[in-house]
Design a protein around this ligand. Structure first.
Ligand code: ATP
Ligand code: MG
Length: 601
């Protein structure tokens, strides 16, 4: 139950760092678009300045049109108003398009970089990061950063321009009224600050819980067959429901804070108008201010107060944007331990010569391989045997440098793998992984994976050797049959054979078969082995297997025991040793003899 509980509460894997420089980094990414941003801000400033002219037109109407019954002026002012509005709408529309384009381009670039970074990560990264979490970053946090950019460039900029503009325009009418309005907004600003302090963690909690919920859904849908096999649907539904309820109640909590605070905010922001009218009315009565100016000033009150009211909201958007950005930059900043060396050394020829010398390897702190040495000459077949968990898969992962070793050396074609170009090294090794993964694509594309433009002849011949040809031909859509996610729709043995064909079509110098025929019947396995034997001599082959029949013809057999080489030699040599291999052999033979005995009885 304990392991269950730990799976139950996905924790996310990023270091919380000081957001110092985070803003600078976001804006650093906007540098290529600075021309567009400047144009957009200029348009915004122009549009809002036009908007700030409206109360002045009202003043003209009150002070000059009405008392003088100057209808000609009224028409002119009316025309001006319509003209300004049209220009303003055009400016706002263009600025909207500019900013939208800019933010989409910026996010497109960020997404591309992020994806490239994720592709560059080594196995160790994927050992410790959940898919659900990564997906969350690729979607939710990217959107969070985009929101922030849009909000910053559009709303924050707009409000700042409006505030400064209103300050100038209203100030030109009366500094006293401006001061009164600002003073009356102080309680609002203070209140908004406290409101923000309350609402921010509430929003953060909603986002985190959403990510938890997504991860759970993603895992359970991916593992739905296991869930069903164990009839755990009610349990999983209940777990999901609990997380879902949490999301709902956290949302409600945030809404409640909002609903409780909002009326007070509304009340506080509406205080400015009576305060201003009180002072303004007195000034008019005393003849210190004309009526038109007072009416115009009321037109600026809201423009001045609104940015103050929204200040808290900005802090919120800012905090959200930074927290999303922080998670994204965490991925972008991740170094890769396994990467190309500065100076690449190429083997003189790629022949498939493999040599491990005193290799010790650990996953984080757990030592998995100790002092392992082996050599496979070009064209040889080496079998690796050993109990489950003894380190067979790990050992062969090291050939392609999926992980770096602690000590010793892994040489492929005479050069340490750490000094070779990674893509070229991996190009020379074909893997049939222990857990078969096929892409949801046609079988032809799966077999020709990674080799666009591969001849159909080569694809077919690989499939023939892998004994996949007969069943592929029989499929209703043949080679064009699209297999489901992870190869859904094919049997386990069929998937394995497609996977072997994929490795063969890659035509590697070193072929690694990790338990590649475990799901294939013995007769088909023998056929595959015969096919491979025909091609042997052209490539070095590593076979991990549990069945003696799979390894019997290997040039050498290495038996691993708890990460160490326990025995090595050919089948007959190992039998003579009467050690672990002999033991395995006897166990398997005994099974047959016993079965025979049963039949005979
Ligand atoms: N990604 C990983 N992170 C941490 N430990 C791992 C990882 N992969 C394997 N191990 C551990 O390393 C040890 C060797 O695993 P490995 O997969 O190499 O065994 P194996 O011999 O291939 O077993 P099997 O026959 O079951 O496939 C095991 O104890 C396993 O728990
Ligand atoms: Mg394994």
């Amino acid at each position: 139950m304990e392991t269950d509980a730990s799976r139950r509460s996905p924790r996310f894997n990023f270091r919380i760092r000081k957001p110092q420089g985070m803003l600078a980094r976001i804006f650093g990414r906007l540098r290529p678009y600075r021309g567009r941003i400047a144009a957009g801000v200029a348009m915004l400033a122009a549009a809002q300045t036009l908007r700030l002219l409206f109360p002045l037109i009202t003043r003209e109407v009150v002070n000059n049109v009405i008392p003088n019954r100057d209808f000609a002026l009224m028409w002119r002012l009316g025309g001006l108003l319509v003209g300004l509005t049209i220009i303003r709408l055009f400016l706002l529309y263009s600025r909207g398009m500019l900013f939208e384009r800019m933010s989409q381009d910026a996010i497109y670039q960020l997404r591309t970089d992020l994806y490239a970074r994720l592709q560059a990560q080594s196995h160790a990264f994927y050992d410790t990061h959940r898919i659900g979490e990564i997906m969350s970053r690729m979607t939710g946090d990217l959107e969070g950063v985009r929101n922030f950019i849009m909000n910053f460039c559009q709303t924050m900029c707009e409000q700042a321009i409006m505030f400064i503009g209103a300050l100038a325009f209203m100030g030109s009418i009366s500094w006293l009224l401006t001061a009164v309005t600002l003073a009356s907004a102080v309680p609002l600003t203070v209140f908004a600050y406290f409101f923000n302090k309350k609402i921010r963690p509430a929003h953060a909690a909603v986002r985190e819980q959403n990510a938890v919920l997504n991860t759970r859904a993603q895992e359970n849908i991916a593992g739905v067959r296991v869930v069903k096999a164990f009839a755990r649907e009610p349990y999983e539904s209940e777990q999901f429901m609990k997380d879902n309820q949490k999301v709902r109640s956290l949302h409600m909590n945030a809404t409640l804070i909002w609903s409780n605070f909002n009326p007070v905010m509304d009340f506080l922001s509406s205080l400015s108008v009576p305060a201003m009218l009180l002072v303004g009315g007195t000034l008019v009565q005393r003849g210190a201010l004309d009526l038109g100016s007072l009416i115009a000033a009321t037109g600026y009150v809201w423009v001045l107060v609104n940015p103050l009211r929204m200040l808290a909201n900005f802090v919120n958007v800012y905090a959200q944007g930074l927290s999303s950005a922080e998670k994204l930059f965490y991925y972008l900043d991740l170094g890769t331990t396994v990467k190309d060396p500065r100076e690449i050394e190429e083997p003189q020829a790629r022949l498939g010569h493999v040599k491990l010398e005193n290799v010790t390897f650990a996953y984080r702190d757990q030592i998995v391989l100790r002092d392992v040495s082996l050599e496979a000459k070009p064209g040889e077949t080496v079998a690796i045997m050993g109990a489950t968990g003894s380190g067979k898969t790990t050992l062969l992962y090291l050939l392609a440098r999926f992980y770096d070793i602690r000590s010793g050396s892994v040489m492929v074609d005479g050069v340490d793998v750490r000094r070779q170009s990674l893509p070229r090294l991996r190009r020379s090794i074909g893997f049939v992984m222990q857990d078969t993964f096929l892409f949801s694509d046609s079988i032809r594309e799966n077999v020709g994976f990674g080799q666009p433009g591969l001849d159909m002849d080569e694809v077919e011949s690989a499939a023939r050797t892998a004994q996949a040809y007969p069943f592929i031909e029989k499929l209703p859509q043949g080679w064009e049959t699209v297999v489901g996610e992870r190869g859904l729709g094919l049997s386990g043995g069929q998937k394995q054979r497609v996977s072997i064909a994929r490795a063969l079509a890659y035509d590697p110098k070193i072929l690694v078969l990790d338990d590649a025929t475990s799901a294939v019947d013995m007769e088909t396995e023998a056929d595959i082995q015969r096919g491979l034997a025909e091609l042997s001599g052209q490539r070095t082959t590593f076979i991990i297997a549990h069945r003696i029949s799979s390894v019997i013809h290997a040039d050498q057999i290495i038996v691993l025991d708890d990460g160490q080489v326990a025995e090595r030699g050919s089948h007959s040599e190992l039998l003579e040793k009467k050690g672990l291999y002999h033991q395995m052999f006897m166990d398997q033979v005994r099974d047959f003899v016993d079965l025979d005995g049963v039949k005979g009885a």
